[in-house]
Design a protein around this ligand. Structure first.
Ligand SMILES: NC(=O)c1ccc[n+]([C@@H]2O[C@H](COP(=O)([O-])OP(=O)(O)OC[C@H]3O[C@@H](n4cnc5c(N)ncnc54)[C@H](OP(=O)(O)O)[C@@H]3O)[C@@H](O)[C@H]2O)c1
Length: 248
């Protein structure tokens, strides 16, 4: 019973790929989910190419194939890292399409919330850590970023709801070892920042700040917060719910 399993969404790039690599180096088994491959290797890494906005594919994978491949009762610690995320559509409300808005909500909030519930229900006999990758945009409004701000706010609220559900009778009660962490990693040097600074000012009036932060070399390499994230997943002294952010 010494196996630790981390399910990392968005393991093909950026923060998720760096975290998956860090967890592998620390001895975790990792299941990475993304549309693209991750080019991560080793006996303890498995990858599932999946689009989180394809709800049928997500549900059928977790209700049918995942339980055959991973015996949650046999692992000592399970971590779900809700990391996959999209910034687009970038544009003023009314200019972005309803379908694109809904897709961003699906990837950034709806599928992660469902996954968190899945693990709360199914990882009953192990320590469970749910790490929701958040952003200042969960609480700060930015013109042109409705999809991102709304979905990050929804993901934060889903974590708060899950913390309530984790304490209800039938879910194991407060004694169950569950920790839900909403974690803001800071402005990272990843593909998502390229998308942010390449927006037209008409679509994202605040774009210049993102161009300037990049030009000043102030973006954070994803390796920095991943160390803290891995340590959080391994800690035993966390409250049921916490909100943390990376501080350089
Ligand atoms: N970059 C920042 O400055 C920053 C700041 C605060 C918070 N964050 C948060 O940090 C997390 C990681 O962001 P990042 O900067 O590493 O972004 P990134 O480099 O753009 O990587 C995003 C990851 O999400 C996956 N993804 C996107 N759409 C998906 C879908 N439909 N289905 C499955 N996977 C999907 C991508 O994989 P595929 O394309 O292969 O599907 C990729 O692995 C996000 O939650 C983001 O909101 C980032």
């Amino acid at each position: 019973m010494s196996e630790r399993l981390a399910v990392v969404t968005g393991a093909s790039a950026g923060l998720g790929k760096t975290l998956a690599r860090t967890l592998l180096e620390r001895g975790w088994h990792v299941l990475g989910l993304a549309r693209r491959d991750a080019s991560l290797h080793g006996d303890r890494y498995r990858h599932e190419r999946i689009d989180l906005a394809d709800f049928d594919a997500v549900e059928s994978y977790f209700t049918q194939r995942f339980p055959r491949d991973h015996d949650l009762a046999a692992v000592e610690r399970v971590a779900l890292v809700n990391n996959a995320g999209v910034l687009e559509p970038v544009g003023l409300l009314g200019n972005v399409s309803l379908a694109d808005l809904a897709r961003a909500m699906a990837v950034n909030a709806t599928a992660p919330a469902w996954l968190a519930g899945y693990f709360l229900r199914h990882a009953r006999r192990t320590r469970l850590r749910i790490l929701d990758i958040s952003s200042g945009s969960a609480t700060n409004a930015k013109a042109g970023w409705a999809a991102y701000c709304m979905s990050k706010a929804a993901l934060r609220m889903a974590g708060l709801v899950l913390a309530e559900e984790a304490q209800t009778p039938g879910e194991g009660g407060p004694a169950r070892d569950v920790a839900i962490i909403s974690y803001a990693p800071g402005m990272l040097d990843t593909e998502m920042q390229q998308v942010a600074r390449s927006a037209r000012p008409a679509d994202f009036p605040g774009v210049q700040r993102f161009i300037d932060v990049h030009a000043r070399g102030e973006l954070i390499p994803p390796e920095r917060p991943t160390l803290e994230m891995a340590e959080l997943l391994e800690r035993d002294d966390l409250p049921l719910y916490s909100e943390l952010r990376y501080t350089p």
